[in-house]
Design a protein around this ligand. Structure first.
Ligand SMILES: [Zn+2]
Length: 376
């Protein structure tokens, strides 16, 4: 799961919603390219992106264990989070998205629509796999598809792969949201959308697994399948519509982006206080997390794109928190937030590896970042 029938149905819905012209083959054949890659190697390989020899099909996991598990004690300086490796998930996804967006948009601009749809077939398949069915277990914040089998001793993955497409899903219609006007911005914004769609589908998938294992679940199998179908087809539809709009040179009026429009590649988890053993909370455009020994909230932004970032920083039951502001991969500024004061931070020309590293002077509590806004 998803099977060819699922992929064709989701891509058909995306093509219809995005109003893609002459794209019947995209929904009929090209959206199956990653699954047929080895069988039809010569035909498909010009369109299949490989990242360090790994085909662009299933996302690597985010190394969440590195966000809370490994520490380095430096005498005189304190305890710091130890980053053991790079986030392969981010590197893999960003380079794959860039490859497909650049190639499909270049083909559309030259009037080679059928070539463009072949590249888009690979990308839409990837997005559909990420957000529909058992592969939603993987990717950003994910794990492998067999973890529930190991925990239960039952064939959960096999069950989750065997659910047929409900006929009613063929009638679903989608209105696209064009989410970027340039490839530079589309890459990180698509990363975020893909992560959120997979996170939502993962919960539906777990509910289906509970039904299989215990006979009890929050929703019916049909409802869970509809949630995943909508997540995946909407993601495909939005991406296709955005690619078509960028190729046509349709620029967006929107000049601002919220911090919540982006997905961090490194985030606080397992902090103290009420956030002990919890991930950071995202509510609207407000991010709250526990003040731990050290916490990092880092994003990968387009370079030379925004002229300013502003955010309000405040604490809840903190005594003093040191915040290192990271911009273009360097610590640009260090500030301290105390007690119940609220600071408005203004960071000019945010880009590249961007975000915050926080450490308490003493005590615990929560740190709140609200209204984070990037201005072009
Ligand atoms: Zn696949």
């Amino acid at each position: 799961m998803p099977s060819s029938i699922h992929h064709r149905a989701m891509t058909r819905a995306a093509v219809a919603g995005a109003n893609a012209a002459n794209a019947q083959m995209l929904a009929e054949d090209y959206c199956l390219y990653p699954d047929n890659f080895h069988r039809n190697y010569d035909e498909i390989s010009p369109y299949m992106y490989l990242h360090n020899k790994v085909e662009f099909h299933y996302l690597p996991h985010t190394p969440v264990d590195e966000f809370y598990r490994y520490w380095d004690h430096i005498p005189g300086e304190g305890t710091r989070l130890l980053q053991v490796g790079d986030n392969k998930n981010l590197e893999y996804t960003e380079s794959g998205f860039r490859f497909y967006l650049e190639n499909s948009i270049a083909c559309l601009k030259k009037g080679k629509d059928d070539e463009a749809w072949k590249f888009m077939g690979c990308l839409l398949h990837f997005l559909e796999d990420s957000a529909f069915g058992v592969h939603a277990m993987e990717g950003v914040d994910g794990t492998d598809i067999y973890v529930l089998d190991r925990m239960s001793g039952k064939d959960v993955a096999k069950y989750l792969c065997s659910i047929p497409l409900s006929e009613a899903l063929n009638e679903e219609q989608f209105i696209p949201e064009i989410f970027a006007g340039t490839i530079e911005e589309a890459v990180p914004l698509l990363y975020c959308r893909c992560a959120r769609a997979a996170a939502s589908s993962r919960k539906a998938l777990f509910d289906m697994a509970l039904e299989f294992l215990t006979g009890k679940s929050a929703r019916s199998t049909a409802e869970n399948e509809k949630i995943m179908f909508r997540n995946a087809a909407q993601l495909a539809c939005d991406t296709l519509a955005t690619v078509i709009a960028i190729a046509k040179g349709e620029t967006l009026a929107q000049k601002e982006r919220q911090l919540a429009d982006f997905e961090p590649f490194f985030y606080p988890i397992g902090g103290g206080g009420s956030f002990q053993l919890r991930k950071y909370a995202l509510s609207g455009n407000t991010i709250t997390f526990g003040v731990n020994l050290e916490a990092k909230l880092l994003y990968h932004l387009p370079e030379k794109f925004y002229s300013k970032f502003t955010v309000k920083v405040s604490g809840n039951e903190i005594s003093g928190v040191i915040i290192e502001v990271v911009n273009h991969g360097e610590i640009e500024r260090t500030i301290t937030v105390r007690d119940d004061e609220e600071i408005t931070l203004e960071i000019p020309f945010p880009g590249g590896v961007f975000g915050f590293v926080t450490r308490p002077e003493s005590g615990r509590g929560e740190l709140i970042l609200s209204g984070g806004t990037f201005t072009s």
